[in-house]
Structures are given as structure tokens and as C-alpha cells.
Design a protein around this ligand. Structure first.
Ligand code: IMP
Length: 423
């Protein structure tokens, strides 16, 4: 299929990286379309572990052209660090292509994200403090600087000066912080610009030409549907569009050109940061899932909140994204539990509802209504066909498929490439 999108179907951290890496076997281009270095993908190849934040993880396959498309926000300093680490691990990063319209996440964005979170106190959002929200806010306010600006030193200087004139007033008066100095930022960033200049592209044209030439393009999502700025649990969301429509916004490829839309969901649920989570487990079963699933953030190291699979939320995600297939990851984590619970409705103010309202204030008032399913005792990470799984695991998957009304075409049973069932 020429254009495939891989979307997080929950609150992020669904192991999309593993799915992208797997599907990239038969792709030509992997394009990241949204978010920034708030994302974290870990990929294991043999005994090597690769960590990604901004670089598309498709870069691990030598035949792939990895593209950071225009919907991504770029923390250039972090990107350079990530590229250096990948180079030291034997990955050629000169293949990388970066959209000139991608917005720059600059030092003042980071500071403001941190200081705003502190200022919010108990009402904090639990952001990754990577400057993501302030960067997208400047983009929408039309005062952002873009990667293309960085490649033109005099333009970059003028635009940065204008931005700092305003940001320094905010830093001093609202946050009582020291001002940032133009020359220090220029000296550092213009060097980065020089290094990255050969990688700059007009991403929509590159992708459109590749599609017309019959190349397979894999759009790599970051975060998850329930963190979408418009369709997630606002205000506890990120500031971009992780949903499938975001792949069009972020790459410039038109909606008619999306051929396959993969929704990636864990066999349970996790959430990092604040916000409602009706199927959250705060007992030893949550700890069991956290320890077996190594549910600690790749980007921030924070312990993730863990809970049962929320099928009402997953069905909403399928609706918003029009999934053509599901990938269920970390199914192996659930081995050893006598019984499993899946959320099939909510009880809100005494009434049972089966549709998902992402309004955080409504969702906070909702309690999960569960269906109880039998678990399985044995480890399953060695299974290579769906029919090799214990019958209760097969039934669990079937229950998901029929509730969500989408076929499960990929099952991940561990971090290794081979620990995958694909159909
Ligand atoms: P921000 O994207 O740093 O502004 O954070 C906003 C919310 O999205 C917070 O709850 C974060 O924990 C969450 N978030 C951002 N990126 C990720 C991710 O890659 N995985 C999971 N949660 C994320």
C-alpha cells in the first residue's frame, strides 16, 4: 500500500516505534508528522537499544529515507544530540530529510513550559517540559521561527531579535527570570543550521513526488489520539494533532492519499501526566502491569499510570481515525493474571453511557463499567502465530476486534523484531 499511517490509539506510549520499525521493512520513506522531542520510541535490534525523540525510527532500516515533516516542532539542540548518538551507534544520519516549514522549539519555549507548569501549581498539566506547547502556541500566533529561517543567517537574526524583544519582557516581568542573549543563541544555532542545511527539503513536494513514483510512504505518528489538541481530553493534551488527519496536516499529503491507517493500542492502558483515566488501577494489579511492561517514560523517566484496556475510548479512537487495522502491543505483559477486565461503558452521574466524551471535566466524573474475561498463566513471548496463543488470549483479542470493529493485523509480544505476529 503506497501511504500508510501509524497512529497512537490511546494516550501515547503504545509502542508505535516497534510497529513502525516492523512495517518499514516494506516502505521506502518514513515521515514523522507531529509532535516534537516530547515523544520517545525505544527500538531493540539484537542486543542494541536505540532511543528516538525526533528522528523517525524508520532510519534504522538502511533502505529508508527518513523525513521530519513540517508538522513536527524541532528542538535543534536535542536533534543534533540524537543524531550524534545514532551516528555513534553506526546509523548514517545523512539520509535524514527535514521540512523547511517545521517550527523551531527555541530555548525560551523550554523555559516557559517549565515555568508555566510551576506557576499552575496543583492545576498543572503534567507536560514533558520540553517546550512543545509554547512552540505550537507561537506557530498559531504567527510569531514562530521555522527551520527555513535558520538556514538564512540574516533572516534568522532579525526574526530571533524580534522574538527575544518580546520574550525577554515576559521572562523578566511574568516569571522573574533572566533575559536570554541574542548572540549566545545565534552562535550556537547558526552552527547547527550549517550542519543541517544539506538535509533541508520542501517536504510536501518530496512526499508527493515519491507517492506519484509509486513509493511506499509510512507516516510515523507520535503521542496518541486521546492527547490530540482537539479530539483528546482537553486541556490534558499535547499541542499537536497525533490523529490520522494530523498526518495530512503535518506532511502536506492530501486526505485522499491515505491508504491504510493503523491504530496502535496496548493490551491495557497507560497515561503519563495529569488528566482523567477512568480505567486506572491504583492497586497491586496496576503495579504488576507497570513492572512487567516497564512502564516508565523514555523521555522523562516518569512512572506511567496503568489500567485496564478501555474499549469505549478505543472505539472512539477508531471513529476519529478511521482505522483500517489495529496493532495490539505488549500482550505478553498480561500473562499471569487470573482474570482481565475491559472497560465497556461508563457510569456517569448514575447513568450508564457507552460513548466516549473526551471533555476532561465530563470524563473525570465517569467510572468504568467492566466486562470480566478469563486470563492466561503461561508466558507468550515466544508465540509466532495467533493460533499458538493460549485460547483465553485469542478470545481477548477477538473481544477487542468485535467491540472496536477493526481487524487486529499485528500483535506484539516483546521488544524484539521477531516477537511479532503479523497477518
Ligand atoms: P507536552 O506534549 O509536553 O505539552 O505534554 C502534554 C501532555 O501530553 C502531558 O500529559 C504529557 O505527559 C503527554 N505526552 C506528551 N508526549 C507524550 C508521549 O510521547 N507519550 C505519552 N504522553 C505524552
Amino acid at each position: 500500500m503506497p501511504v500508510q499511517v501509524v497512529v497512537g490509539a490511546q494516550w501515547g506510549d503504545e509502542a508505535k516505534g516497534k510497529v513502525v520499525d516492523y512495517l518499514a521493512r516494506s516502505a521506502d520513506i518514513v515521515a514523522r508528522y507531529a509532535g516534537g522531542n516530547n515523544a520517545g520510541h525505544t527500538i531493540c535490534v539484537g542486543d542494541q537499544v536505540f532511543k528516538f525523540h525526533t528522528v523517525p525510527c524508520g532510519i534504522l532500516r538502511e533502505h529508508i529515507t527518513p523525513v521530519i515533516a513540517d508538522g513536527v516542532v524541532l528542538d535543534i539542540r536535542s536533534l543534533i544530540g540524537e543524531m550524534n548518538t545514532l551516528e555513534s551507534q553506526g546509523i548514517d544520519t545523512t539520509r535524514l530529510r527535514i521540512g523547511k516549514a517545521a517550527h523551531l522549539n527555541l530555548p525560551y519555549h523550554l523555559l516557559m513550559d517549565e515555568m508555566e507548569e510551576t506557576r499552575r501549581g496543583a492545576a498543572k498539566l503534567g507536560t514533558t517540559k520540553r517546550g512543545i506547547g509554547p512552540t505550537y502556541a507561537d506557530k498559531a500566533a504567527r510569531v514562530g521561527l521555522r527551520f527555513g529561517d535558520l538556514l538564512e543567517p540574516s533572516r534568522f537574526r532579525a526574526r530571533l531579535q524580534r522574538a527575544l524583544d518580546y520574550k525577554n519582557v515576559l521572562l523578566g516581568h511574568v516569571y522573574q527570570a533572566s533575559p536570554l542573549h541574542l548572540d549566545a543563541i545565534l552562535d550556537e544555532y547558526l552552527l547547527y543550521g550549517e550542519r543541517l542545511k544539506p538535509l533541508a527539503v520542501h517536504a510536501p513536494n518530496l512526499l508527493s513526488e515519491a507517492r506519484q513514483a509509486g513509493k511506499t510512504i509510512l507516516m510515523e505518528g507520535a503521542q496518541g489520539t486521546l492527547l490530540d489538541l482537539d479530539y483528546g481530553t482537553y486541556p490534558y493534551v499535547t499541542s499537536s494533532h497525533p490523529i490520522a488527519a494530523g498526518a495530512c496536516l503535518g506532511t502536506g499529503l492530501g486526505p485522499r492519499h491515505l491508504d491504510e491507517i493503523w491504530g496502535v493500542a496496548k493490551a491495557y492502558s497507560t497515561r503519563v501526566g495529569e488528566g482523567p483515566f477512568p480505567s486506572e488501577l491504583t492497586d497491586e494489579r496496576g503495579d504488576y502491569i507497570r513492572e512487567r511492561g516497564k512502564e516508565y517514560g523514555t523521555t522523562t523517566g516518569r512512572a506511567r499510570r496503568c489500567g485496564w484496556l478501555d474499549l469505549v475510548a478505543l472505539r472512539y479512537s477508531a471513529q476519529v481515525n478511521s482505522f483500517t487495522a489495529l496493532a495490539i502491543t505488549l500482550l505478553d505483559v498480561l500473562s499471569g493474571l487470573d482474570e482481565l477486565f475491559v472497560c465497556v461503558a461508563y457510569r456517569c452521574h448514575g447513568e450508564q453511557v457507552s460513548v466516549f466524551d473526551p471533555d476532561a471535566f465530563v470524563l473525570t466524573e465517569c467510572e468504568a463499567v467492566y466486562e470480566r474475561l478469563p486470563g492466561w498463566k503461561e508466558e507468550i513471548d515466544h508465540c509466532r502465530r495467533r493460533e499458538d496463543l493460549p485460547v483465553n488470549a485469542q478470545n481477548y483479542l477477538q473481544f477487542i476486534e468485535s467491540f472496536v470493529d477493526a481487524p487486529i493485523r499485528l500483535i506484539s509480544l516483546g521488544p524484539e523484531r521477531e516477537q511479532t505476529i503479523f497477518s
